[in-house]
Design a protein around this ligand. Structure first.
Ligand code: NAD
Length: 493
């Protein structure tokens, strides 16, 4: 099978081209599927030109007609659901079930976009003053661009482009250079659904292409998702070039366990959260704070079930519960973070370093890992590791757990497990982040809600998904009208 990495400009596909390139791996086997060329700014000029040319006609297309296109796109996503999930699993390494979940989450945003026209409606008030009527309308911004990370090759692009397009914008997507293939398939399906040429364009590359997008005079808005340092830089670059920008960054998500929670249920939920997608999720729980002396039985149960997680290749159907990480660099970085925490005095209670998978000796595997008492100076409590590593801390009171979580520079998610409603309410109210789970391991909002990072996990104002997405991709206009003394007179009515 060919895995050529191609740009889509208007309706024309062309091979991506650049002096340097980045490997796209099958992480299960550690073999290269293809290479993503790191292109220069010229490709952005071409894409922006095509998107700008398509804007007048697409923005004038009735919103219901634009929405109808997404009904057709949704049908194609249903038709090719398994193929898309397999592609995600192949290039990213997550299990097929995880990939199916990701495609499903993306499709839910498309469902939301199908109802977009209602959210585009403005407001009006008759007679705001004598014979004066006021109304607001929402208009698209122009050419918008999306830049996505490796960990959700389908879902993160779909957080962005269905809403941008249904609002009447034209679009350029720059997927992660590490997982370009599934995004390419989405572009093919958009064309098959009947999207006019130039409304959606796809370009590949890395930093140079991102900087060209963030500074391009024909581009009005940038949606970025990736690590915090890059998110901050892209936000500053785009806004200093007078663009709207929303930029999701990294995370350090705290999970607080009170002793009244069921140990088995907690262990299953924490394993799903910390080790699902090999820990490569911005909503993964990466620090567990156990409260009180009776928490030992929860931790024992967690250690036991974690040690039994089946790590294996995900590119064939099997019993694998957790796949590889995305690249050899990620594997080395994660193992080094564990070494560092252990050398600093942490106790590794479940050790995923050096995990070998018999039928995939070259795969980038790191097994699920739990470390107690990781010293603060090793940064396991404050920096994002972005792998299957869970730090465990013990405190005496809920108050200390909240204070620990609130020291984080990030602000994506936090979770509490308890059967005490009062404690859950206190935690949800006081924890300093934008997405909270109460007995929910991964409180990632579905399409109707904003994906709501705070602090170092998000730069901007309006978040992705839901009605905030519609607000981000439109600008309001207020129209005041008065016809008294200006309308035709004496028409006989
Ligand atoms: P990354 O920051 O390396 O890359 C993200 C995008 O930015 C890619 O398209 C990449 O080409 C581009 N990029 C990389 N370096 C750049 C630079 N120096 N200048 C300009 N552009 C650059 O992130 P990743 O490793 O692909 O993804 C993992 C990160 O994404 C994690 O930190 C994770 O927490 C975060 N993430 C956040 C959310 C969220 O909603 N907040 C969701 C998913 C992932």
């Amino acid at each position: 099978m060919s895995y050529a990495v191609r740009n889509l400009i208007a309706e024309t596909w062309s091979d991506a081209d650049g002096e340097q390139s980045v490997p796209v791996w099958n992480p299960s086997l550690g073999i290269e599927l293809t290479q993503t060329p790191l292109q220069g700014p010229a490709i952005v000029d071409r894409a922006a030109e095509a998107a700008a040319a398509a804007f007048p006609s697409w923005s004038a297309t009735p919103p219901l007609e634009r929405a109808r296109l997404f009904f057709r796109f949704h049908e194609l996503l249903k038709r090719d659901f398994e193929q898309l999930a397999q592609l995600v699993s192949l290039e990213n390494g997550k299990t097929l079930d995880e990939a199916r979940g990701e495609v499903q989450r993306g499709m839910e945003v498309v469902e939301f976009a199908c109802g977009g026209p209602s959210l585009l409606m403005g407001q009006c008030l008759e007679n705001v003053a004598g014979h004066l009527d006021g109304k607001t309308i929402r208009q698209p911004l122009g050419v918008c661009a999306g830049i996505s990370p490796f960990n959700f090759p389908v879902m993160v692009p779909m957080w962005i482009f269905p809403i941008a397009l249904v609002c009447g914008n034209t679009f350029i997507l720059k997927p992660s250079e590490r997982v370009p293939l599934a995004a390419q398939r989405l572009a093919e399906l958009l064309l098959e659904a009947g999207l006019p040429p130039g409304v959606f364009n796809l370009v590949h590359g890395g930093r140079e292409v991102v900087e060209a997008l963030a500074t391009h005079p024909q581009i009005a808005a940038i949606s970025f998702v990736g690590s915090s340092a890059v998110a901050r830089d892209v936000y500053q670059l785009a806004t200093s070039h007078n663009k709207r920008c929303q930029a999701g960054g990294g995370a350090k998500n705290f999970t607080v366990v009170l002793p009244d929670a069921d140990p088995q249920a907690v262990a299953r939920a924490v394993i799903g959260s910390s080790f699902g997608c090999a820990g490569q999720r911005c909503m993964a729980s990466s620090v567990l704070v156990g409260v009180g002396a009776r928490i030992t039985k929860h931790l024992d149960c967690l250690n036991e079930l974690t040690a039994a997680v089946k790590v294996g290749r995900t590119d064939i159907v099997g019993e694998t519960e957790m796949g590889p990480v995305v690249s050899p660099e990620a594997q080395s970085r994660i193992q080094a973070a564990i070494d560092h925490a252990e050398a600093g005095g942490g106790t590794v209670t479940v050790d995923g370093r050096g995990t070998q998978v018999a039928d995939a000796p070259g795969g980038f595997f790191v097994g699920p890992t739990i470390i107690e008492h990781a010293p603060p100076e090793t940064n396991l409590l404050q920096q994002e590791v972005f792998g299957p590593v869970l730090a465990v801390e013990r405190v005496d009171q809920l108050e200390e757990a909240i204070q620990l979580a609130n020291r984080s520079q990030f602000g994506n998610g936090a979770v509490i497990f308890t059967s005490n409603g009062n404690a859950a309410r206190e935690f949800a109210s006081r924890v300093n982040c934008g997405m909270v789970g109460i007995n929910v391991g991964v409180p990632a909002p579905t399409a109707l809600f904003p994906f709501n990072g705070w602090h170092g996990s998000f730069f901007g104002d309006l978040h992705m998904q839901g009605s905030e997405g519609v607000q981000f991709f439109t600008q309001q206009k207020v129209i005041l009208s008065r016809w008294e003394n200006f309308g035709h007179r004496n028409q006989g009515w």
